[in-house]
Design a binder for this molecule. Sequence first.
Ligand code: PLP
Length: 393
Amino acid sequence: MMSSVPTIMPTYGRLPVSFERGKGACLFDADGNRYLDALAGIAVCGLGHAHPAVTDAIQRQAETLLHTSNLYEIPLQTQLAARLCEISGMDNVFFANSGAEANEAALKIARRYGNERGIDNPQVIAMEGSFHGRTMATLTATGNRKVQASFEPLLGGFLRAPYNDIPAITNIAANNSGVVAIFVEPVLGEGGVQIPADDYLPKLREICDDRDWLLILDEVQTGNGRTGRYFAYQHTNILPDVVTTAKGLGNGVPIGACLARGTAAETLVAGTHGSTFGGNPLSCAAALAVITELTDGGVIERAAELGERIKNALVEQLEGLNHVRDIRGKGMMIAVELDNPCTDLIQKALAKRLLLNVTTDTVLRLLPPLNLTDDEADEIVEIVTSLVQAAGS
Ligand SMILES: *Cc1c(COP(=O)(O)O)cnc(C)c1O
């Protein structure tokens, strides 16, 4: 049973519940009922709800200055960019307000990089099963027909490869001269928490190096500690040329970032891109507080450890059940894949006051706050176990 509000465009099927306030990993409805949040606003509230340091940063900044303009220096934006570059190994940053917009900036870098090298029809390789956003360029890059259907004409300039398939990329390379970039998620998020081989990113890096292509990573979902490193590529020893992030960066305050290195960092010059709101003082103050908490507070290490704990507990409870196809995860991106569609588990979990998500119809997905308590982690395991067990009977 999904509800709808007549004055809201029905782009989302909404669950019949709303929340009045939150604290840590818990949300409360108007009657004071407590829900355990194992979705965190789709990987946004990594520090949980109403985190005091983030609240404090927002309050102080709101009292001081919300917005000026990118026509002026914005010291908080400069500070945030420096912090992100230090963490990522990138050289500079463009700030946007969402994941899709961060990706738009990355795709504009790829096209301009190509055009500047005399490639007048530059092509970007994007993956099957990927999700990159809902704007025209990002839905074209997205490897899911459901996201694209009825929005034709799509943009030109994209080639498609299966995820986690290196031979497919070398095959494309052999047959196309206009490729300028590979655009890829380090773990498919909306595409069902698909975790590629450990050497997938290093091999993509090598292919890009050999051909002067840009390696562009979409870390909109995997970034900001979600997988147990600040960025998921930091599980390997490679650096991308461009990396985008958004979701967890502001813990709920809208902000996106496109980070670049080397030639890619020199591609967008004055007049080639912009954003009215991007990187304004309020969003940057929030993001700086988030990064400080994530990195100084040991939250990311804790996410790596807790993620393993939750995944292992689920394996222990659910492994061997006939209808359970796979249990996998990286940090706090955790999935239980069933052999049948299981979207009904969203409602069943809600009835048990647990918020979770199902992607690609058969993948139960957990994206909890990174700073869960041990008890909250155990509670998630217990409820998910009972839901999955019942789904098989
Ligand atoms: C959510 C998501 C996006 C889109 O982000 P928005 O903020 O909704 O525009 C892009 N890429 C990935 C990998 C995502 O998970």
